[in-house]
Design a protein around this ligand. Structure first.
Ligand code: SF4
Length: 64
């Protein structure tokens, strides 16, 4: 599911220190990417350097 990113989300992301990227996931290994073999490019933190990028949440995310 794609969710449009807006200013309110960006403000709350910082205020509540929200985590949803691969770098914060227990299944992420920087050398192997995703332990479950999922493509990571749409969930990586760098994707959200673009304030227009739609939010995509991984259904297998596990907070590290
Ligand atoms: S399970 Fe999802 S969030 Fe976690 S490393 Fe794999 S692709 Fe990224």
């Amino acid at each position: 599911m794609k969710v449009e990113q807006d200013e309110r989300f960006r403000e709350q992301r910082e205020r509540f220190r929200l985590r949803w990227n691969c770098e914060d996931c227990a299944l992420f290994d920087p050398s192997l990417s995703c332990a479950h073999g999922f493509p990571t490019h749409r969930h990586r933190r760098s994707r959200y350097d673009d304030p227009q990028a739609d939010l995509l949440f991984c259904k297998d995310f596990e907070l590290a």
